[in-house]
Design a protein around this ligand. Sequence first.
Ligand code: PNS
Length: 166
Amino acid sequence: MKIGIYPGSFDPITLGHLDIIIRASKLVDRLVIGVLTNISKKTLFSVDERVQFINRVIKENNLDSRVKVEAFDGLLVDFAKVQKASFIVRGLRAITDFDYELQLAQTNHVMVPEIDTIFFTTRLEYSYLSSSTVREIASFGGDITQFVPECIVQSVYDKYNEIGSV
Ligand code: PNS
């Protein structure tokens, strides 16, 4: 069974992430989306919220037979080993992503040579898109419907209503 890991913060999941999930899931028997529980990186959404959003999106897109979501902490390669994954999936939006992504992939490969990283170039229409842009727009009450899956739009606004930034 071919298993891939798609790791990230997903704070929150965007249409760019969803595009990579759909394309990567066609290459594997199982794609595990690894949501980083990183207490040192301040996220807007809790890990439970981020996992819940992704589960909702997977269900809406009928991907739940081949895609699952897990929270993880610690090293990505350790999580990949536990999941018995043979490769890690990452998206590349622009040249600005390249340095960081190359460093991550090379370091992970040195630590565990059996696990390779596969890069998907982001679709052009999402090449500018990031979770931080979505958060910024939503924090000012702007329209995020073109940027995140429809089933989580309201939850993103709700968060800002809850914390009082809109
Ligand atoms: O969506 P992001 O924030 O760009 O994802 C970054 C992520 C989760 C892939 C990266 O921070 C990660 O793998 N963190 C886990 C710790 C780790 O293994 N670091 C790599 C050693 S250099």
